[in-house]
Each structure stands twice: as C-alpha cells, then as structure tokens.
Design a protein around this ligand. Structure first.
Ligand SMILES: C[S@@+](CC[C@H](N)C(=O)[O-])C[C@H]1O[C@@H](n2cnc3c(N)ncnc32)[C@H](O)[C@@H]1O
Ligand code: SF4
Length: 309
C-alpha cells in the first residue's frame, strides 16, 4: 500500500475543489448501496429495521451497478464506496463484491472501498475497508448480535490488508464505552484508526441528548490530543454538536445510488427529521473540505483519497 498519490490524481482533486468554488458542483464520491440484504439485525440500523418500507429490488445487478459507476464517474466522482445492507453478501450469478471492485477500477476510480460488519472475510482487493465496531465484545454483541465481535476479530486476524478503519456508531448502548473502544483500536495492529459517529435516528429511543454528545466530543478531543487514532478531525468533532445539520450539508459532494438505481445528492434522508439530526462524521468532513479546511483536506485525503493498495 502506498500513501502516495499520483500527480494526475492530485491535480484532479485540486481541479474539483476549485471548480466547486466557482459554482461547478459535482460529486467526488460515489456511495453505492448495492444491497439491502443483511445477515444481522443491529439495534440501531435504519435499513434492517425498515425492510418493509424499502424500495425493491433489494440488490442491484452487475450491469446496472457498472452503469451507475460509469454515470457518476462522468459526473466527476473518483472515490467509490460500496455500502449496504452487507456488501460482502452481494452476488450476481458467479459474481461477487470482488467483481464490482474490479469493475470500479476499469471505470477509472482512484480509490475503492466498502463498509462491512466483518462477519465475512476481508476482501483484499479493496483500497480501503471500513469495519463497524460498536464497542468491546459484550457491547458490540449486544448491539449487533451474539458472536459478531469474535467473527470480526477472527477475520481481522486473518487479513494482511493495510488500510482498515473502524467505524463506531454511538448510541445509548455504547455511550459509556467510547474510551474503551478507541483504546481497543489503538491496540489492534490491523486497524489504522477509528471514525466516531452518532446514531442518526430513527430509532429515537436510543439516540443521544446534546449533553451526552458533548461528553463524547470532549472525550474524543482529549484522546485525539493524546495521540489516539481518532480519524475525525478536531473541527468536525466540534461540528458533531450542531443540532440541525440539514441546511449545512454539502450533499452534492457524494452521489448516493440505491439498488433500484434511484439517485440522491448526498443521502435519501434530505429534508427529513433524520437529516436534521444526522450523526455522520463524513458529512461534517465534506463540508470542511469544501470550505477549504487544511486539516480536513489533508487528513481525509491521507486516509481515503490517497489510499491506494
Ligand atoms: C448501514 S451499514 C452497512 C455496512 C455494514 N452492514 C455494516 O454494518 O458495517 C453502514 C454503517 O452505518 C451504520 N449505521 C447503521 N444505522 C445507523 C444509524 N441509524 N445511524 C448512524 N449510523 C448507522 C452502521 O453501524 C455501519 O457502520
Ligand atoms: S450489519 Fe450493517 S446493514 Fe446489517 S443490520 Fe447491522 S448496521 Fe444494518
């Protein structure tokens, strides 16, 4: 793995940034929900908890996925992220997630990644892998189901992938376990760092109050200063306390494609109550990048946009 970006790619990112400043806004990231299927039923999951309200089909087919990759590439996207459901369960005949990653390379994406619950082996072909880790064993299992922590750790132990990050979603169940989870990541040789997020409701009963979020942000800022591998930038952590992020969201930075090939600028929650209460760090980083924040630009690009296998 090299953290070095080619001059051509750096030039592309710079051009994208300056074009966006002059009103030519287009996506840099293509986030593709390739399926809604999942082998888990996590307590906080907006997808598994709403299966009856989701549009069909539950999975995009290979040719349509490739078509969407090409379409968003033409619009400017160069970073491709596969999401779900559980992306490692995606299949179309003989094809699996590896074939989608390969297709993304053929289209020309600079960086390709996916997010996973870690219950299946890590796919080495991906440039970046984001594994969900919601706490130490008993808490992770409480949220995600018995045995999920051990499966994740066993799959991490088997991989030599050099660019794996943890993604933690903080809710009532793991509010008291943030420090422990960050320490766990710091000790794990296979994980390079952790991204902290708050749950985006629904469900509302396990969402956090502002005072609780403040405690987490203070703790994260302290731990980051002490050198713990928290990937959220300092500014974005502070922005996690903005109570209504809806109007601030630079939703055009990431295209969002669903299995039925419907498209959204940013995310399908736009304009809803969930959008106001959005707990995702990435959207704060996108806003800071567009504003020209040096720390978000350097840290996010080092972690994601530069990360070539
Ligand atoms: C929807 S999952 C899809 C990928 C994979 N199944 C996984 O769990 O990592 C992507 C990420 O969104 C997080 N997530 C799910 N529901 C959420 C919610 N209501 N608010 C914030 N994050 C959520 C998950 O914890 C996971 O890290
Ligand atoms: S593993 Fe991911 S998609 Fe599946 S229920 Fe959990 S958060 Fe949702």
């Amino acid at each position: 793995m090299s953290d070095l970006i080619s001059i051509g790619q750096m030039g592309y990112y710079a051009k994208w940034f300056f074009k966006s400043k002059f009103g030519k806004k287009g996506p840099l990231v293509n986030t593709m929900i390739i399926n809604f299927n999942c082998n888990l039923r996590c307590k906080h999951c907006s997808i598994s908890g709403n299966a009856d309200k989701l549009p069909t089909p539950f999975q995009i087919d290979f040719e349509s996925a490739k078509g969407e990759m090409e379409e968003q590439y033409k619009k400017g996207a160069r970073i491709l992220f596969f999401e779900g459901g559980e992306p490692t369960l995606w299949k179309d005949g003989e094809r699996d997630l590896r074939h989608l990653i390969q297709a993304g390379r053929e289209v020309g994406y600079f960086v390709i990644g996916y997010t996973t619950n870690g219950t299946n082996p890590i796919i080495e072909d991906s440039d970046v892998v984001s594994v969900s880790l919601d706490g130490p064993k008993e808490i992770h299992d409480l949220i995600r189901g018995e045995g999920t922590y051990d499966k994740l750790m066993a799959n991490l132990a088997k991989t030599t992938h050099p660019n794996i990050f943890a993604n933690m979603t903080i809710m009532k169940h793991n509010l008291a376990n943030v420090k422990e989870t960050v320490e766990l990541v710091a000790k794990n040789e296979r994980i390079r760092g952790i991204m902290l997020n708050f749950i985006t409701p629904p469900p509302y009963d396990i969402a956090l109050m502002l005072e609780e979020k403040k405690q987490v942000v203070d703790l994260a800022l302290r731990m980051k200063k002490q050198g713990y591998p928290i990937l959220n930038t300092t500014k974005a952590l502070r922005d996690m306390l903005i109570e209504d992020f809806g109007a601030l969201c630079q939703d055009w930075v990431s295209a969002f494609v669903l299995p039925d090939r419907s498209h959204y600028g940013g995310c399908p929650m736009k304009g809803t109550e969930s959008c106001k209460k959005c707990g995702f760090d990435a959207v704060r980083e996108y806003r800071l990048i567009v504003k020209g924040s040096p720390s978000s630009i350097t840290q996010m690009s080092r972690r994601f946009a530069y990360s070539k296998k």
